[in-house]
Ligand binder design. Structure first.
Ligand SMILES: [Mg+2]
Length: 231
C-alpha cells in the first residue's frame, strides 16, 4: 500500500504560533506606535484594519510588504525576538518517527522566504523534509487552488496519496478543492491562546503532534480495506 506524502504547514502546526502572535499583536503595534508617535491603542486599531484587508493573501504573509506599508522593519523585529521561536509539543518526536517509518514529508508554508529562513535558522526542520516551499515562491498562498496546481507542476504528486496537516481552515479548504482528501488540523496552534474545541473544527484535529502517526496508519488501513472490497 502506497504511503501518503505528508504535507506540513509550519507556523501553528509544527511551530508554536505564540511567536507570530507576539510579533503581530504585541511587538509590531509597540514599534508602530513609537515610529508614528501615536498611542498603542491607535496603532492596534490601524494594524487591525490592515490585517482584516489582507488576511489570507500573499501580502499578508510578506514581511517586505508590511515593512513598506507600516514603516517598521518587520523582518528585523522578528530577528530581534527570535529566541521566542519554539516547536509545538511532539514536533521532533513525530518527525523522527516519520523518518523511521519511511514517510516522505514536505513543508509548505505561507511564510515568505525570509520568514522561512528565519524559522529554519532557529529550529532545524530541514533534515526531515525533502521539499520545503514558501508560497511566495509559488505566487499564490495555500488558500488558493492555484497554489496546489503550481506545486504539482514543480513537484509531481498524486493528491490521492497526500495528507495535509495545517492549523488554518481556509488552507485545508484550498487543498480539499484541489483534491486532497486526507486533511488534519491542530487543536491549539498557539500555546498563548486557549485550545479550540475539536467539535467546532471542520476537520479531524490533533493536539500533540505525536497523535498523528496512529491516525495516518488507520487511514492507510481503511483505504486498503476499501481497495480490497472494490477490487
Ligand atoms: Mg499555520
Amino acid at each position: 500500500m502506497q504511503k501518503p506524502i505528508l504535507m506540513f504547514d509550519m507556523d501553528g502546526t509544527l511551530l508554536d504560533l505564540a511567536f507570530d502572535d507576539l510579533i503581530w499583536n504585541t511587538r509590531l503595534p509597540e514599534r508602530h506606535a513609537e515610529t508614528h508617535q501615536c498611542t498603542l491603542e491607535e496603532s492596534k486599531e490601524i494594524l487591525h484594519t490592515f490585517y482584516q484587508q489582507h488576511n489570507h493573501t500573499l501580502c499578508w504573509y510578506s514581511s517586505k510588504y508590511w515593512t513598506e506599508k507600516v514603516e517598521v522593519d518587520v523582518l528585523k523585529l522578528q530577528y530581534d525576538n527570535q529566541e521566542k521561536i519554539a516547536p509545538r509539543p511532539g514536533c521532533f518526536e513525530l518527525l523522527e518517527q516519520l523518518k523511521q517509518h519511511g514517510y516522505r514529508c514536505w513543508l509548505l508554508t505561507n511564510a515568505d522566504q525570509a520568514g522561512l529562513q528565519l524559522k529554519l535558522e532557529n529550529i532545524d526542520l530541514s533534515p526531515y523534509f525533502e521539499v520545503m516551499i514558501s508560497s511566495e515562491e509559488i505566487g499564490y498562498s495555500k488558500e488558493f487552488v492555484e497554489f496546489w496546481e503550481i506545486l504539482q507542476q514543480k513537484h509531481d504528486f498524486d493528491p490521492q496519496y497526500a495528507m495535509m496537516i495545517d492549523d488554518t481552515e481556509k488552507v485545508l479548504q484550498g487543498a480539499e478543492k484541489f483534491g486532497i482528501t486526507q486533511l488534519i488540523t491542530i487543536v491549539q496552534p498557539s500555546s498563548g491562546r486557549a485550545a479550540r474545541q475539536a467539535h467546532d473544527l471542520n476537520y479531524p484535529a490533533i493536539q500533540n503532534l505525536t497523535e498523528l502517526l496512529p491516525l495516518i496508519e488507520t487511514s492507510i488501513t481503511i483505504q486498503k480495506e476499501f481497495n480490497v472490497k472494490t477490487a
